[in-house]
Design a protein around this ligand. Structure first.
Ligand code: PEP
Ligand code: MN
Length: 333
């Protein structure tokens, strides 16, 4: 349930509503908006009697929240969430491009790629330091050394960085280095990791589980908001289907659905969706056309020698082309 206060409601009236909610053993979550405060009611097992609140001083209306997720839903917060990372804004009318290699392999590799993309349209530098690999025999990432390399790249190029956290043990380490913390498809329902992310002061980039429904994905985001961290960016990265012409199937229709259901920004990862270099630019064009708030793309200067995902990594000149095309579509719409 959502209790919407009148524009002129006083702090005292807000506090009295909060007290009334808490005296019934529910949790009150005031949500300041541009014009008025709304108060979310959480932890109610069944329906809450709206009449108890609708006649209280300062209350404009009481709206029942019909979705299983609350804090992430548009029913509770109508306006888009905009996430600030330095000067960069993610959400609203902005289109953000995060780019870089699948894995950080060395300082030379990372800085070469970063310098090739920094003034060509990339807003953030991505790269994996801790890699979730299907095979234990594959390159697992450089770990802390990879994080330090990324921090150096940020210092030298000015691009904020995003990297994946895989477990609770390394959460503090990733959090202290990265500007945005990525939770990958394989960890979307790792609930202890989501709870820890809820306590973080850094924005969380939550990729969709490869077999997750949109409800499951939004409930995963709800864990993070419930913990107190309201800065969550969703990322559609393709789901498992019967096809084998692409690595996954990009669920492009997830974007309008998610935008209707939630105020959180939604981005697309065309690289892990397509899995083949020649699919990445077309899927990026589709991403901007469908209304995503940005894309995350893998780029490598020597993809044939990449230690992971070389086959889906763009060459730097292809990345430049992608940025030009994406911008043209953005202007057109
Ligand atoms: C990645 O972005 O490096 C990654 C492993 O992606 P996903 O979790 O979508 O597979
Ligand atoms: Mn990858």
């Amino acid at each position: 349930m959502l209790i919407v206060m009148q524009k002129k409601a006083t702090q005292d009236q807000v506090d009295r509503v909060v007290d009334a909610i808490e005296s019934r053993k529910y949790q009150a979550r005031p949500l300041p908006g541009g014009e008025r405060v709304a108060i979310g009611v959480l932890y109610n097992k069944g329906a809450v009697d709206a009449n108890m609140f609708s006649s209280m001083p300062g209350v404009k209306e009481v709206i029942s929240v019909t979705r299983p997720y609350k804090l992430v839903s548009r029913e509770l917060k109508a306006d888009d969430t905009i996430i600030n990372v330095g000067d960069l804004q993610i959400g609203g009318n902005n289109f953000v491009i995060m780019a870089g290699p699948c894995a950080i392999e060395s300082y030379d590799q990372a800085i070469t790629i970063a310098e090739a993309i920094v003034n060509k349209g990339a807003h953030m530098f991505r790269g994996g330091a801790y890699k979730p690999r299907t095979s234990p025999y594959s390159f697992q990432g450089l770990g802390e050394e990879g994080l330090e390399i990324m921090a150096k790249v940020r210092e030298q190029t000015g691009m904020p960085i995003i990297t994946e956290v895989m477990d609770l043990e390394t959460f503090d380490q990733v959090e202290s280095h990265s500007d945005i913390i990525q939770i990958g498809t394989r960890n979307m329902q790792n609930f202890s990791l989501l709870r820890r992310a809820g306590q973080s002061s850094k924005p969380i980039f939550l990729k969709r589980g490869m077999a997750a429904t949109i409800d499951e994905w939004l409930m995963a985001a709800e864990y993070i908001l419930e913990g107190g961290n309201t800065d969550v960016i969703l990322c559609e990265r393709g789901v498992r289907t019967f096809v084998n012409h692409s690595r996954n199937t990009l669920d492009i229709s997830a974007v309008p659905v998610v935008k209707k259901e939630t105020h959180l920004p939604i981005m697309i990862d065309p690289s892990h969706a397509g899995g083949h270099r020649d699919q990445v630019i077309p899927l990026s064009r589709a991403s901007v056309a469908v209304g995503a708030h940005g894309i995350m793309v893998e780029v490598h200067h020597e993809p044939d020698k990449a230690m992971s995902d070389g086959g889906q990594s763009l060459y730097p000149d292809q990345f430049e082309q992608l940025c030009v095309q994406v911008e043209a579509i953005r202007q057109a719409i």
